[in-house]
Design a protein around this ligand. Structure first.
Ligand code: ZN
Length: 313
């Protein structure tokens, strides 16, 4: 089982959250795991990506210290391993972990330490995960984004594999980030871009133009045949996250969900979780869901799994 699109801060179980709070002497809104889930999982009345992003407030507040980030990464690795994962690309935005004064470098180093600790304690396990560093969409954080690019450059091949751009796509369009991705290309840092989730097919087209090696979601490429053609011809994988895409209303229903359309068209689709906790899912669950919803054949299921293997950074 491989997950190419999984956010660190959206994947903290109530158990992990409780351990992080205890480590730091922080009082949580509840000690009860079931009640905590209500703060960590998206509610049924989620209306948009902006609503969805609110579920990250509590986990992020617990990830502002080095020790907490290291412990969190180690515990998440253990959780993924216990779920039967073989490989995962975990993403996070270093600039969101600076509220207590950490530098982006300290944040990345703390995450890498958590990975090392897991590896030391599970030297015989065949599970591994690497990191994708996210830049954030926003109005006044270009300096922070450039620092993230520098971090990716410094730690590329040392546990970091790529860059990404995350955040409110509907408010801050992909086209605004041309210089950031020009720099990433010059540094030869591979990148994926969240595109075609809250914004339309044009956002995907621009991401391809910028040189994205993969597209985060890319679901709304279905609105434009030209963009679908580009994805196919360039064999750019889409990191689909079905449950999340339905929750954020990127797609209104399973009936509208373009998985079969993309598969039949010859686009390289992969199935991912987005957020283990916020969406209360994992890749095994997502694969089962799409298999049932679309009555996929064994061959089609194998294509999805092979695509993930062939799309790792
Ligand atoms: Zn995402």
């Amino acid at each position: 089982m491989i997950d190419l699109h999984l956010h660190l801060d959206g994947s903290l179980t109530p158990e992990i959250v409780t351990k992080l709070a205890k480590l730091q002497g922080i009082t949580l809104p509840s000690c009860d795991y079931e009640e905590l889930r209500e703060f960590l999982c998206v509610s049924k009345d989620c209306e948009s990506l902006n609503d969805y992003l609110k579920c990250f407030d509590l986990p992020l507040s617990l990830l502002q210290e080095k020790e907490a980030i290291t412990l969190c990464v180690k515990l998440l690795f253990e959780h993924l391993y216990s779920l039967g994962y073989q490989y995962c690309e975990i993403r996070f935005a270093p600039q969101l972990h600076k509220k207590h004064g950490l530098s982006q470098k300290e944040v990345v180093e703390a995450a890498l330490s958590g990975r090392e600790e897991f590896k030391k304690q599970h030297s015989k396990s065949n599970f591994d995960a690497k990191f994708i560093l996210c830049m954030m969409r926003g109005s006044d954080n270009q300096k922070e984004n450039f620092e993230t690019i520098e971090m990716a450059r410094e730690f590329l091949g040392k546990g970091v594999v790529a860059l990404d751009l995350a955040g409110a796509e509907g408010l801050f369009p992909t086209k605004n980030y041309e210089v950031e991705f020009k720099t990433a290309r010059e540094y030869e840092i591979p990148f994926t871009i969240h595109a075609g989730e809250a914004d339309g097919a044009e956002s995907v087209r621009i991401a391809i133009e910028f040189g994205a090696k993969r597209i985060g979601h890319g679901i709304r490429a279905m609105e434009n045949e030209e963009v679908m053609k580009l994805l196919k011809e360039k064999a750019i994988p889409l990191e689909l996250c079905p449950t999340s895409n339905l929750q954020t209303k990127a797609v209104s229903s399973w009936k509208e969900y373009p998985l079969k359309k993309f598969l039949d068209y010859g686009i390289m689709v992969t199935i991912n979780s987005d957020n283990l906790m916020v969406s209360d899912t994992n890749v095994a669950k997502e694969l089962k869901l799409v298999q049932n919803e679309f009555s996929l054949s064994v061959e089609e299921m194998n294509i999805l799994k092979e695509n993930s293997k062939n799309s790792v950074f």
